[in-house]
Unconditional design. Structure first.
Length: 192
């Protein structure tokens, strides 16, 4: 499969630029083609095809912006070695997702993996410049806005500490709650 559109799957951030690039190319070719079709028919730029082509550039411009964002975020995709380590815990006491890139007005938060279980949300951010406390506050803010209560948030900057906490979550036999499912879904909606 060329591209998995589902956010939170591995390797979403690696494949997203390819998909978005192809979509951008198609969205650029269509208006340009319409423009030249209109010109070849009327031998003049002042026609309805030109108007449609100009308006057709709006989705292309939006797609170009998304393509640039995905290109910038691609480097934050989870390394395959770490994914293989974490994949063994999937389906065991926690929801686990990969390749999240949370955006805010001033700062972006790249999370290569996250898990929700035992009334807590844990994530791993390996970007040294990112302040994990700010990321935690960003996620907590959106949990509160979406009326998701009693979920603690911890963003780790070290793989070992994240993996230790993930092992604890995976060892849990507790049934996952509705709030935990909503918190996990919220991560995808906050991510690009």
């Amino acid at each position: 499969m060329l591209f998995s559109k589902k956010k939170g799957t591995y390797p979403y951030l690696r494949k997203a630029p390819v998909y978005q690039g192809l979509l951008t190319l198609v969205l650029l070719i269509l208006p340009v083609g319409l423009f030249f079709i209109g010109y070849s028919i009327t031998k003049d730029f002042k026609n309805l095809f030109t108007v449609i082509a100009v308006v057709g550039m709006l989705p292309a411009a939006k797609s170009i912006v998304s393509f640039i964002v995905f290109l910038r975020a691609e480097k934050y995709s989870i390394p395959s070695k770490l994914h293989d380590e974490i994949a063994g815990y999937e389906g065991k006491g926690a929801y686990i997702g990969y390749d999240y890139y949370l955006t805010s007005y001033s700062v972006n938060y790249p999370l290569c993996t996250a898990a929700v279980g035992k009334r807590c949300l844990i994530a791993l951010c390996t970007e040294a410049k990112t302040k994990t406390v700010d990321c935690e506050n960003h996620i907590k803010e959106y949990l509160t806005k979406n009326d998701i209560k009693d979920i603690t948030v911890k963003v780790f900057d070290k793989e070992e500490r994240f993996l230790d906490r993930l092992k604890e979550l995976a060892a849990s036999c507790d049934e996952l709650s509705e709030d935990e499912a909503r918190a996990f879904a919220l991560l995808s909606s906050l991510s690009i």
